[in-house]
Design a protein around this ligand. Structure first.
Ligand SMILES: [Zn+2]
Length: 259
């Protein structure tokens, strides 16, 4: 955010105390705080993870040069306070040449987040005079591929030797069904045979053998995340093989999609 001009009015109540010790009068002095530059807070990852949104009101003390010398959160969620205070310390106000008073003002920070179906996102930062700043933190729902020196890694399909292309795949969350062996008694022989049949016609067995780099689906572990898709590399010939398998395999519709 560039130079923004707004006015924060603050009221300084100063009690004048007479030489005899009696409080005689209060003088009310009004001075202006003009915001010359703002800084947005960083959305704390822990607050994001805990779905915490809201406002934090920060009291700032400003020296004659316009620097914030102290920032203290007065209200707001505890997980957001520190980020708001850190940002407030970076704000700049107008300088005063004639007085050496420390001025006091308030900044309100609003923390929100939104999901965006994109790989690269940019936060919205809105300054609303006189002293309010809204941070709309964008959370991408598509995971970016791990780049090598800022570039997409070059890989070939081990099966087809073809250069892999950059694409996106749905993430499946959950744990794959564990393979387990039954005791070799008569009662469990059928169970073992059944496991073998399942494996033989399962999607993952077919993927392993016929289209290892199709990557139409990727595993996301046991966490249920907000990330729904991931960038990844895929082999077009593997994808063709998978689509063919899906069409051809009679069992695909029934048995084969069992994990
Ligand atoms: Zn391939």
């Amino acid at each position: 955010m560039g130079k923004c001009v707004a006015v924060l009015i603050f009221i300084l109540l100063a009690a004048k105390i007479s030489g005899s010790g009696e409080a005689l009068a209060e003088t009310r002095q009004i001075e202006e705080l003009t915001v010359t530059s703002t800084a947005a807070p960083v959305y704390p990852p822990i607050a994001r993870a805990a779905n915490v949104q809201g406002e934090v009101i920060v009291s700032v003390s400003v020296n004659p040069q316009g620097d914030v010398i102290a920032a203290l959160a007065l209200e707001g969620h505890v997980l957001l306070r520190k980020a708001a205070e850190s940002a407030a310390l970076k704000w700049k106000f107008n300088s005063l040449s004639q007085t050496s008073n420390t001025r006091v003002g308030q900044i309100t920070f609003s923390f929100k987040f939104e999901f965006e179906e994109a790989v690269e996102v940019k936060d919205d930062i809105i300054f609303a005079p006189p002293g309010r700043l809204e941070l709309i933190h964008k959370v991408p729902t598509i995971l970016s591929i791990q780049k090598v020196n800022g570039r997409i890694p070059e890989e070939n399909c081990p099966m087809h030797g073809e250069r892999m292309r950059l694409g996106q795949a749905e993430i499946l969350y959950g744990l794959p069904r564990a393979e387990f062996g039954h005791p070799n008694d008569l009662a469990h022989i059928w169970q073992n045979v059944w496991q073998k049949i399942r494996r033989r016609f399962s999607y993952y067995e077919a993927a392993r053998k016929h289209f290892p780099e199709s990557n139409l689906l990727v595993w996301g572990g046991c966490q249920v995340g907000v990330v729904k898709k991931s960038e990844m590399l895929y082999c077009q010939r593997c994808r063709n093989a998978e689509l063919k398998w899906r069409k051809k395999s009679i069992l695909a519709k029934g048995l084969a999609l069992m994990r």
